[in-house]
Design a protein around this ligand. Structure first.
Ligand code: PMP
Length: 383
């Protein structure tokens, strides 16, 4: 199977996280919301400890952390959950970008069908959204602005801080999809003024199947979000359903590790990014980096190998590198990447693009050997 270079789809779980989860599975019984016995009380303590660990990573009060099944659910609650507030205030305009994950794009599409108007801001060829363009669309009618922090396909860091700084002085809600930055751009994420923020544990070496929606209180009041599911008072009614205790404990541990190690991770990621760029330069292949490399997170590169079909390359080099050419959520039905298309790439250029993403467990030497094989395979397509 070669080396795994698809961390943006899902990062391998950290073994320290697995240890914590196994301990919970083996030694704890019960539902964190049971009030009638100590089993419930013990599991509740585990969940609340995890909430504190998540909160610390983001430098928010733990009461602002709401566990969900992951970023997709968090995004849905953050947007769909505003319907009642929109009815009350008459605000029915949503601003987002053309390069959001489908978990936002399909949610706002659904809102559009229900009568909301949606503005989609396109990026420049750098892959970056212009903050001024986003803010220029905001009016008294705007309900919410939803923007991702880091794009999952290109790794381009978006100017969410600039947008948040301005919106925080207005009545408009600001939602940030931080799925690809959480646990990585720790300082930046802590400094962004947002009302709502979504992410999944499995992108920061935690378990799949859990994530969080952060709802920041202003003057002691939560953002006006209503649940999209009904059936219980868990997570203060915002996300009913039994909290998965071991997943929460693993998520908490993953956040604790991220806070301790993000600078070390960043150093390692930068070395890998540099190695990939050096090897590309030496390969003799004609290549381009999609998006501005200066604005790219250290754990991702989206590369166009001119004249080489990415589908054919991925198939032929499968035994060396596990890579992708877009989001995992759309990769079983091939369609040209809407992200690259919004950046102005032609269909041919998109067809020649691959995404590499790596992280904590990526070994420099293993990468050197396997990426060399991939480049050799690519060379054979040309010569
Ligand atoms: N937003 C972004 C930016 C993502 O990259 C992803 C996952 N690729 C999601 C949302 C959805 O995350 P999940 O599938 O864990 O719900």
């Amino acid at each position: 199977m070669g080396i795994y270079l698809d961390y943006n789809a899902s990062a391998p779980i950290d073994s320290r996280v697995v240890d914590v989860m196994m301990n919970v599975y083996k030694n704890n019984i019960g539902n964190a919301d049971s009030r009638t016995h100590d089993y419930g009380e013990h599991t509740r303590i585990i969940v609340e400890h995890a909430r504190t660990q998540v909160a610390k990573l983001l430098d928010v009060p733990s009461e602002d952390v709401f566990f969900t099944s992951g970023a997709t659910e968090s995004n849905n609650i953050a947007i769909q959950g505003l319907k009642e507030y929109a009815d009350e205030t008459g605000r029915n305009h949503i601003i987002t970008t053309a390069i959001e994950h489908k978990a936002i794009l399909e949610t706002v599409k659904y809102m559009e069908k229900s009568g909301y108007s949606v503005s989609y801001v396109a990026p420049g060829c750098s892959g970056e959204i212009d903050a001024g363009q986003v803010l220029g669309l905001a009016s008294d009618n705007t309900l919410v602005v939803s923007m991702m922090h880091v794009n999952n396909e290109t790794g381009i860091i978006q100017p969410v801080k600039n947008v948040g700084d301005v919106l925080s002085k207005k009545e408009i809600l600001f939602h940030v999809d931080a799925t690809q930055s959480c646990g990585k751009l720790v300082d930046e994420l802590q400094s962004i003024p947002y009302d709502m923020m979504s992410f999944s544990a499995h992108k920061l070496y935690g378990p799949q199947g859990i994530g969080a929606l952060i709802l920041r209180r202003k003057n002691y009041k939560l953002p006006p979000v209503q649940p999209v599911l009904y059936g219980g008072q868990q997570e203060r009614g915002i996300r009913p359903g039994t909290v998965p205790v071991a997943l929460a404990a693993g998520f908490g541990k993953a956040c604790e590790i991220a806070l301790e190690e993000y600078k070390k991770d960043e150093c390692n990621n930068l070395k890998i990014q540099k190695l990939i760029l050096d090897m590309l330069k030496q390969s003799g292949l004609n290549y381009r980096i999609n998006g501005d490399p200066q604005k790219c997170i250290s754990s991702t590169l989206n590369i166009r190998l001119e004249g080489i079909s990415s589908e054919a390359l991925m198939l032929a080099s499968k035994k060396y590198c596990g890579i992708s050419n877009g989001s995992a959520c759309t990769s079983n039905s091939y369609a040209p990447s809407y992200v690259l298309s919004a950046m102005g790439l032609s269909e041919d250029e998109i067809d020649q693009s691959i995404r590499l993403s790596w992280g904590r467990n990526t070994d420099l030497e293993e990468l050197r050997v396997n990426f060399k094989e991939l480049l050799d395979v690519a060379g054979e397509f040309i010569f």
